[in-house]
Design a protein around this ligand. Sequence first.
Ligand SMILES: [Zn+2]
Length: 463
Amino acid sequence: MSLNLTFYGAARTVTGSKFVLRAPRASVLTEYGLFQGHRKKAFEINSLIPQQALEADAMVLSHAHIDHSGNIPRLVAAGFNKPIYATPATIDLVKVMLIDSAEIQVRDAEYVNKKHAKKGIPPVESLYTVEEAQASLESLKPANYYDRHEIAPGIHATLYDAGHILGSAQVLYEVDGKRILFTGDLGQPQLPIVRDPDRVPDPDVIICESTYGDRVHPPVEEAKEKLRKILQQAYDRGAKILVPAFSVGRTQALVFVMHQLMNEGLLPQMPIWVDSPMSLEATQVFRKHPECFDEETREYLKRDEDPFGFYRLRYVKTVAESKALNDIKAPSMIIASSGMCEGGRVVHHLKHTVGDEKNVVLITGFQAPGTLGRRIVEGLDVVRLYGEEYPLNAEVEILNEYSAHADRNDLLDLFKGYDPGKVKQVFLVHGDVDQSRALAEAVSDMGYKNIQIPEVEQTFELR
Ligand SMILES: [Zn+2]
């Protein structure tokens, strides 16, 4: 049998990453992410487990994000009992995220079943339970950056830093003298806290993400000053600042930079409320893994015991505490989940924030089409919350600089670092097709040959 690669997800889309590499003596699975989309379709896709994935001899997980890790409980519940290798920081984050994901799945099924019961439709099951998520965590095995392991007969794997979120890795497989690089999700250089992505030496085959294959981010270096200005102006007019929070990555970056600004005397002190239980847990994982930090953060750690500014943050646990925030005095900041304003505690905070033109809604991340977050970014006059309309008078500020993803220029830099004559095949994944195509064109112009944008379930022989 030859060496081949099958794309089971994140093919011509950005979610549901899963890839199987089959060699003559063994096979490995890379990622087992949740497909995210309309509930019914997502459930169908996530319920189907490819036989090749179940039969793999080992799995490697590049990083903790749910679109890469989120369906592991279902895989393990279906009988996959091989080790799942990931960095220690990824393992700690995944523990928090999979339990949270299971709780969401269960709540979601309950919600649907309430509706179904009224209509006499049979109940649905959740994709997996909290117990199944808990059980799947046993399969996670730590692999440190740069340690080369034979993870299955004849297949070696080495993890390199991807600079995307804490613990994120690029995965290099070596099989029969071939070097196959999965970039996973790549970060952009200069992001706070995490290191810049490593350059993995001499791949023969590159499977590269292409989320922003056709988009360029504003420079990170200017983000700190931009954030300072937004916050200073908001402070001066006594605003409430509401930040819809992404639990892993962006929230920690934002808090880290605010804490720096306050320590440097560049920003007045103001209360910061974190109304997102998972953000708290994720931030604690960050604190536990200084081995993943970049030079700047390590230096900072030497001078400051508490680089995430824990003492400045006030955490909100119960719903009653969350509601009590409606009456807090401005200026103050509330960081609340969820990031795209679709459900979660941020919704009731929006209700109490958007009407006053003094206030600020600070958007820090990608807002998918169809979400309330996207409509806020697009500058609606009126937002619908709990079925009622509220005027959007508050200022909407957008800070995309802390995006955890490489942009087009960063991706092109990766390809500039290799000799197009030596790389035999390139696969572009994890991108909407227009993004992947634009990147493919540019990579082709550099002289790379055999560039593919795989479709779901497509298999390629690696030559
Ligand atoms: Zn990611």
